[in-house]
Design a protein around this ligand. Sequence first.
Ligand code: F6R
Length: 241
Amino acid sequence: MRVIRAVDYFDLSRKAAGIIAAMVTLKPDSVLGLATGDSPLGIYRHLADSFNSGDIDFSQTRAFNLDEYRGLAPDAEQSYRLFMWKNLFSKINIKTENLNIPDGLAGDPDAECARYEAAIRDCGGVDMQLLGIGHNGHIGFNEPGGSFVVNTHLVDLTDSTIDANSRFFKTREEVPVQAYTMGIGSIMRARKVLLIVTGRQKAEIVKRAFRGAVSPEVPASILQLHCDFTLVGDEAALSLM
Ligand code: F6R
């Protein structure tokens, strides 16, 4: 496990974007695993700027997103597909046929999970997986529990995750209660994992996840066992490490 200390959120975003840019430059047809949420927004801005200045070419890059709400159409305001389109994909030259996100409207959840897992495998697996971390230690929507779920699956969201995500919806009642997520195995099979974390409010969970015991009660803790895991945090988030 490698820890990169950034001064602040801007510095963190620039450093992490540099790591992703290096990956795409060295392997233009990289398979990137991507995340939504607040944490990666700065990275996506840096990547779009680097594309605009001619420093990166995404024309051969493939992308798989970690997760998607069940029940939201791809063009719904809060869907992760639209989030990715607005914040990154519409700003770079990645091809639409190379974008993969679970289908929130799939009729058969089991078939959708199997399809998504097979699509990752058929692409040769994820080269670099970008992650954020939830206040409860979740990665993707792998919530704390008694065991690690290996492959892409449908989850019932916890109250704390619904609360946290309700900031993107008009009312808490509108927040979907289920989501598709890559599993812990899908994430651990990525050849490189890059987790970014910002802010004092995540310092406690960062300490538990990366200095505590490996346990499904803190899903991110499994990353301690990944052979190429990089944690990029700002001073506030790493203050208890
Ligand atoms: C997003 C995702 C989540 C977030 C996590 C942190 O695709 O899978 O696990 O990474 O909830 O969210 P933020 O960055 O908003 O604090």
